[in-house]
Design a protein around this ligand. Structure first.
Ligand SMILES: [Zn+2]
Length: 173
């Protein structure tokens, strides 16, 4: 296993790839490496991420997250990205390498740009599915997190982490 590709387990043309921007090395095969390094993505090849995205190795998590972020137009990739949980510092690393041209701008219901860590207020009552309460209009949600999906942010209401639709939010200052 030690000389197999960290993403798809292929043993072909495996070389060490330094993951930007921290440089931890991950072994990648001749199919994965050119795509990781910016080549066109072959969607079906990357079904392999359904296994490797759950790796315990931060550098592999970062590569998988970035690939899924690039593939998020495909429902399976968007779903997997939603399910993944990366530790805060690993997520920050993953985002450092995200290509700026692909940067997704997240906006509140009034079109104001939202950033990681911002506070927002709800502009309507929202039923929180599965949590059994209604988040009231006017509720302040601090320290929001942005995900790959620009239509939602993650925040805590009643100490429960939930996804909130950005169209029902207003940036608080
Ligand atoms: Zn591979």
């Amino acid at each position: 296993m030690s000389d197999a590709c960290a993403l798809c387990e292929s043993p072909d043309d495996v070389v060490a790839h330094a993951v930007p921007s921290r440089g931890d090395a991950v072994l990648l095969c001749g199919t994965c490496r050119p795509q990781v390094e910016g080549g066109e993505l072959n969607g079906t090849h990357w079904y392999c991420l359904q296994g490797s995205a759950w790796s315990d190795v931060p550098a592999v998590q970062v590569l998988a997250w970035r690939l899924l972020d690039r593939l998020r137009g495909e429902p399976w990739a968007a779903d997997l990205l939603d399910q993944l949980y990366l530790a805060d510092d690993v997520l920050a690393w993953a985002r450092e390498g995200a290509v700026d041209a692909d940067r997704v701008v997240v906006r509140d219901g009034n079109g104001a740009e939202l950033a990681e860590g911002d506070s927002v207020t709800l502009i309507k009552d929202l039923d929180v599915k599965g949590a059994g309460f209604t988040a009231k209009r006017g509720t302040l949600v601090k320290n929001i997190r942005l995900g790959a999906d620009p239509t939602h942010i993650e925040g805590r209401v009643n100490k429960v982490a939930i996804y909130l639709k950005t169209e029902f939010l207003k940036k608080a200052n």
